[in-house]
Design a protein around this ligand. Structure first.
Ligand SMILES: Cc1ncc(COP(=O)(O)O)c(C=O)c1O
Length: 459
């Protein structure tokens, strides 16, 4: 029984940006000091020029430089796999496919964005990229990308993940990067937070503040991000474009697309090209989009669609997005990549327009699904990815009840081979669900809304 669908498709030549095809205009990014639309120059000071330019451009298709396609050829095109053993185990009439992004050198989809950013940094003569990471997948992916294009790399990794995932540090260092636990003593932000709470677990937004400060202090460095921004999400669309070609080769097309959602990059990378198909009236049917998040940071299901900062120290401009508040500290869970306070403005807009169905699971539910997937399909998923698998299993079970023969495609966005300690904890029965406290979310949101009374914060 051959389940891997690997027709001779080519690596895409363009990235696709959903921005011109969105159902409404993206709310502008606001500078809280001037109270006006954020100055584009600010973005250029922080980020690689090409990344900043793409952020504001309305281009639909962006050519992928040949050097980046060559780097992609190390692991792309990635396999599209029919999960027949999972279908059988669930006795479902649904057809389940997954796009296997675990085959990248760093083990996840994050490498798609990382090589692109490292390439544009090298082209601009930038000597070092500075970034933040939670689970470490983005950090190691950027370390890998930078090693290919000869760019230095500094990574701030939130302490809870730094302590829990020591092998990510080794991997990043082997690719020549420097990886620090956040909060760290390297930055003023980190020192201040450590003074207040020397043993705090850190958060993505604290690590972001540190990365921003570090990059600002070095004229030869720029900040780099692994999600949220339009360009980052666009650089993931190689996933969906390949999937369309691979599914066409077996004469199938999804009814449902599923991805886990942190900032939103792997899910958007999968669904944007299908969304484009629908807009261009090329898609044969309407597709349901299901985004799975963690109950530790339930932005989509319990957050609000308001303006918020991307970082804890409020140094970033304000983005309109689904958020639980930039100072909210989610419970420490193993899916660090979903332990983020806000999701991408593009994804948030689509969610607000009712185009995406959000679902939330606790980590016990996700690890149960991830363990089942490993047992029947053989690949151990990253804890984040296990949330998409849980949503997929639920959908397939629903099909069993209704008899619907839906085609489900999900993004197997990362492997969990470096998360084995987390699976051990799950198997020992000592893992907690890791649900956020709803009262703490309400408090955090009230604080965000009281910060800038001149802003229209109606969602
Ligand atoms: C394997 C994996 N999946 C998902 C995510 C969530 O990020 P995003 O929503 O941008 O894909 C991360 C983030 O670190 C990750 O490492």
């Amino acid at each position: 029984m051959v389940t891997t669908l690997q027709p001779p498709i080519e690596i895409p030549r363009e990235w696709y940006s959903i921005v011109p095809d969105l159902p409404g205009k993206l709310p502008p990014v606001i500078d809280p000091v001037t109270r006006k639309i954020a100055d584009k120059a600010l973005l250029h000071r922080l980020f690689i020029d090409e990344l900043a330019r793409h952020e504001y451009s309305n281009e639909r298709f962006i050519p992928i430089p040949q050097e980046v396609r060559e780097a992609y050829s190390i692991w792309r095109p990635t396999p599209l796999v029919r999960a027949k053993r999972l279908e059988k185990a669930l006795s479902t009439p649904a057809r389940i496919y997954y796009k296997n992004e675990t085959v990248s050198p760093s083990g996840s989809h994050k490498a798609n964005a990382a090589v692109a950013q490292a390439y544009f940094a090298a082209k601009q003569g930038i000597k070092r990229l500075v970034t933040s990471t939670t689970a470490g997948q983005w950090g190691t992916a950027l370390a890998f990308g930078c090693s290919i294009f000869g760019v230095g790399c500094t990574i701030f990794m939130s302490r809870s993940s730094y302590d829990g995932k020591p092998y990510r540090k080794d991997l990043a260092e082997m690719w020549g990067a420097e990886l620090l636990p956040s909060p760290s003593t390297r930055t003023a932000v980190g020192r201040k937070i450590l003074e207040e709470d020397p043993h705090g677990p850190g958060t993505m937004s604290i690590a972001k503040s540190e990365a921003l400060e570090e990059a600002r202090g070095d004229i030869n460095a720029r900040n780099s991000v692994g999600s949220i921004m339009n360009f980052v999400l666009a650089s993931q669309t190689v996933v969906g474009q390949e999937a369309i070609a691979q599914m066409a080769a077996v004469d199938d097309y999804p009814d449902v697309l599923i991805g886990c959602v942190g900032g939103g990059s792997n899910f958007s990378g999968l669904f944007w090209p299908f969304y484009r198909d629908a807009v261009a009236k090329k898609g044969p049917k309407e597709i349901e989009l299901i985004g799975a998040e963690s109950t530790a940071a339930p932005r989509m299901t319990m957050g609000e669609y308001i303006y918020d900062h991307a970082d804890a120290m409020r140094t970033s401009p304000l983005f309109k997005m689904y958020t639980v508040g930039h100072r909210f500290v989610p419970p420490v869970v193993h899916s660090g990549g979903l332990r983020v306070h806000g999701s991408a403005p593009t994804l948030s807009l689509l969610l607000h327009e009712g185009k995406i169905k959000p679902v939330a699971f606790n980590q016990l539910e996700a690890f149960e699904a991830g363990s089942m997937f490993a047992a029947v399909e053989g690949i151990l998923p990253a804890p984040e990815t296990a949330f998409a698998i849980k949503a997929t299993i639920d959908e397939a079970k629903r099909c069993k009840e209704t008899g619907e023969k839906k085609t489900i495609l999900f993004n197997l966005c990362g492997h969990g081979l470096l998360d084995i300690e987390a699976y051990r904890e799950y198997r020992s029965g000592k893992m907690s669900p890791g649900d956020a406290d709803p009262a703490a979310i309400r408090k955090s949101l009230a604080e965000v809304k009281s910060l800038y009374p001149w802003l229209d914060q109606s969602s």
